[in-house]
Each structure stands twice: as C-alpha cells, then as structure tokens.
Design a protein around this ligand. Structure first.
Ligand SMILES: NC(=O)c1ccc[n+]([C@@H]2O[C@H](COP(=O)([O-])OP(=O)(O)OC[C@H]3O[C@@H](n4cnc5c(N)ncnc54)[C@H](O)[C@@H]3O)[C@@H](O)[C@H]2O)c1
Length: 321
C-alpha cells in the first residue's frame, strides 16, 4: 500500500512512517516543517519506498495531486501544542480547519480512505474520568484561544464523519490522549520531554499550577501500533477511537519520578498557570481515557509504562548532544 502521511515529519507522524516502511508499505510525507523536523525522517531518506514533499496542507492543488497518487491518507498535520495555539491562534485555527477540509475534499474526490488524528482536547475541561468516546465536551468561551484547538479538531471530526455518511468516504478517527516518546520536543509545552530535558541538565523542573492535576501518558510506540491496527481494520471505518494509556499520575508525582529515575539533582519549582500561559488560562484537573472500545473492536491495549517512556526520551535527548 502507498500512504500519504501529512505531518509525517512530526513526532507521531514520523514514527508511523518508520513503522509503515518497516512492514513493506510506501510512504509520501507532506509537511511544511513548522513544528516537525526533517531530522525525524533521516532513517527513511534514500529508501525507494519513501518520498518527502515540502509543502502545506493549505495548498489545495498540491494536496489534490498527492492524494490522487496514493491508496490511503493518514492526516497528522496540524498546529499543535498549547503554547503555539495561544501564541498564534488565528493561523492555528485556519490550519486545523482549512487543512483538514482540503484533505477530506481530495480524499472524497478520489475515494481514498482517510485517518484523522484528533485529540482528547475535544473533551475540553470535562474532568470526569475515564472519558469514553460518547463523553460530553465541556468548553470555555470561544473567544479564549485556549479552546480553539479543541473547537477546530471537533469540527474536523464532524466534517470527516459527514463525508463518511453523505459521500461514502471511508474515514477512521483517532483521539490521541497525551502521547509521548522520542522525537517529541519540550518547547511547545509537552510536560514529559520538558521535565526529562530539565532533569538531564540539572535545571529546575517547572510544575505549572498546584501540580495536583493528573495525566496519563501513552508511549508513542503503543500509539503507532494502534494506528496500524486501525488502518488495517474494516470494522474501524466510520468510527472514532480513544487511543491512550489509562494509568494516572499527578504532575507533581511525575516530576519526582523523572528526577528519581534519571538520578538528577534538579529542584522542582511551582509556577502559577498565569505566569506560564498568561492570565485566564484554564486547564483540566484530570484527563483519563476509557480505552475499552478500541480494545473490544481491534484488541489493542497499551503495553509500555512511564519507566520506558522516561528512559526512551532521555536516551533520545542524550543522543542529540
Ligand atoms: N502528541 C500528542 O500527545 C497528541 C495528542 C492529541 C492529538 N495529537 C494529534 O496528532 C497529530 C500529530 O501531533 P504531534 O504530536 O506529532 O505534533 P507535531 O507538531 O510533531 O506534528 C505535526 C506536524 O504537522 C506539520 N504541519 C503543521 N502545519 C502544517 C501545514 N500547514 N502543512 C503541512 N504540515 C504541517 C508540522 O510541521 C509537524 O511535522 C496532530 O494532528 C495532533 O493534533 C497529538
């Protein structure tokens, strides 16, 4: 099979590309390298089953011509990360809406199956747990840039499902919960690489807010296994799936664990949310996925825990220096 992977130079997308080529498929990546880095694809450069196109999902003519050439489209490209969304709200919103519309329109025109990378952010500040695919969305004002990522991804999901219902496009929707691992960069707000990097350099680990908020972390290798199983499954067509790990940890405990596991001398510092993200920032206290649906439909469950995640991110960061 030949796949178009948008956002394939990014964190999750590049690991998906590695896995596809490793199992004998061909990959064409479309990426504008805004948050992704060509470095992530070093292992594939020169491979006849791999091609990289530098460009944007906002270029409808380019998207059209690339979609025509492949068997299936995996759509990972997006403006991602809390800092980026708050910093460039309009550009982020337009990328996440228009870009996805371009992909869906081309996929529909050529009848190419499409997988959409969505997010647990669509649940907003619904602090109930565990959240299943039918759980309510609880959002703040649309005038707060904080929620525009959630808004855009939710509209993306609706668009994809309506293309499926009204035009027969085979779509698969994945809601990634916090996904972490090698190649993820800390500078756009992801807590685990940020902590691991600080711990490795003996710098303070900055915990935002009280640190009592809890999160779950899924190793990117587990997330990739879920993606591969979903694109191979006919039962997954027209459906949305949570993909994440359901083992919970508070951000305070995470900071302590990172320091301990890496044998670091770093201090742990508490920083008010408004100092980190600006005034009026809202965050959710809990974020736990219910992953029973994907388990029952395709038999997937995460296998790797936080110890492997911390070890693998530290190994990756050390290899960069
Ligand atoms: N990492 C997570 O925890 C997580 C959680 C939920 C959802 N997701 C979703 O998974 C997908 C991948 O996220 P990631 O964590 O790998 O982030 P990432 O920033 O590493 O990857 C996004 C990629 O999209 C590319 N991109 C951005 N705008 C583009 C454009 N206009 N045209 C072409 N390429 C463009 C970037 O350069 C980057 O390579 C995203 O859709 C994101 O919303 C990720």
């Amino acid at each position: 099979m030949k796949y178009l992977v948008t956002g394939g130079a990014g964190f999750i997308g590049s690991h998906v590309c590695d896995a596809l080529v490793a199992r004998g498929d061909s990959v064409v990546v479309l990426d504008n390298l805004s948050t992704g880095v060509s470095h992530n694809l070093d292992g594939l450069v020169g491979n006849p089953s791999f091609d990289f196109i530098s460009g944007s999902i906002l270029d409808a003519a380019l998207v059209d011509s690339l979609v025509e050439q492949v068997d299936q489209v995996l759509h990972f490209a997006a403006a991602v990360g809390v800092f980026l969304i708050v910093d460039k709200p309009l550009e982020s919103l337009l990328t996440n809406l228009r870009g996805t519309e371009n992909i869906l329109e081309a996929a529909s025109k050529y009848g190419k199956p499409m997988l959409l990378a969505s997010t647990s952010e669509i649940y907003g500040k619904n602090g109930d747990g565990p959240l299943n695919e039918e759980s309510d969305r609880v959002l703040g004002s649309p005038l707060k840039s904080r929620w525009s990522y959630s808004e855009a991804k939710a509209i993306d999901e609706s668009m994809a499902i309506f293309y499926h219902h009204e035009k027969g496009l085979p779509v698969r929707l994945v809601r990634f919960f916090n996904t972490v691992g090698p190649r993820q960069v800390g500078h756009y707000g992801m807590v685990v690489p940020r902590f691991v990097e600080a711990a490795l350099h003996g710098k303070p680990l900055a915990v935002y807010g009280t640190g009592n908020q809890s999160r779950c972390f899924c190793h990117v290798y587990d997330a990739v296994a879920a993606v591969l199983a979903l694109i191979d499954s006919e039962k997954a067509v027209g459906q949305v799936f949570n993909v994440g790990n359901n083992v919970e940890i508070s951000v305070n405990e995470l900071a302590k664990k990172v320091v301990h596991q890496l044998g670091s001398k770093s201090a742990i510092e508490m920083i008010p949310y408004e100092d980190a993200y600006g005034a009026g920032f809202e965050d959710m206290q809990r974020r736990v996925p219910d992953i029973s649906k994907i388990k029952s439909v395709i038999g997937w469950a995460p296998k790797l825990g936080l110890d492997s995640i911390i070890t693998d991110i530290a190994g990756f960061l050390n290899s960069q220096h």
